[in-house]
Design a protein around this ligand. Sequence first.
Ligand SMILES: Nc1ncnc2c1ncn2[C@@H]1O[C@H](COP(=O)(O)OP(=O)(O)OP(=O)(O)O)[C@@H](O)[C@H]1O
Length: 256
Amino acid sequence: MTATATATARRPDAAAAPAEDVIEVQGMAAGYDGAWILEDIGFTARRGEVLGVLGRNGVGKSTLVNGLLNLGPTVTGRVLIKGRDVVGWPTHRIVRLGIGIVPQGRGIFGNLTVEDNLRLALFGARATAANGWTLERVYDSFAKLGQRRHVSASALSGGERQLLAMSRALLTQADILILDEPTEGLAPMVVEEVIVGNIRSLRREGVTVILVEQNIALALDLADQAIVLSDGGIVFCGSADTLKQREDIQNEYLGV
Ligand SMILES: Nc1ncnc2c1ncn2[C@@H]1O[C@H](COP(=O)(O)OP(=O)(O)OP(=O)(O)O)[C@@H](O)[C@H]1O
């Protein structure tokens, strides 16, 4: 049922940076209270690529990505982030390697302004080895946030909240960004205008994106590589282009 594979296909417009593996997972199990949700998980993600994490509701996608950061689930096996095995590390130490997460539900402070939300993220950032993200760069890259910097975050639209959450993660100096269902609850036009374009530009800048998505068409459009989870393991690991052609896998495991 499970499969471990390293997928290597790259899109022609992939970032020019060397395609080093920034995440390498081997024989990982993750679960809660002594019961494993996922076992024998193995995959790699390369710098500047989008990796889609797909599967039906409740299959363990959030458990997997939260496990990478030691954010709740119990994890065994090997989780190498930029070559360091982080299993057992506290989350704050893992984050310092340059990996950020935008959790499902976004995790922003509604009673603070947009700018205060961003400044809080900067406050916790590494003092050295910065990835170059500053408030000014956020406002340049995500113009909508610049226009609304003094507005309370609770007044933002769903798409703007998602941008704010992504920006907060980038300001912690992340160059690996985990997005857990970024399109959830957003209108199709907002998804297209706000999410798709910005994920593409992050990728062009060399940010590695781990994209957990229920919207399979969108994920396959954005992703270079994909893994599909089912029954506690990986049932597909390979290029998004291959998965696009595997209607059997899409039908059986993704309900397409
Ligand atoms: N904190 C927790 N404690 C115990 N069980 C949990 C916890 N979080 C999730 N689970 C269980 O782990 C399983 C996988 O949940 P998870 O949220 O990882 O799936 P998912 O694929 O992300 O689902 P969805 O697409 O609905 O967000 C579910 O059976 C869920 O009930």
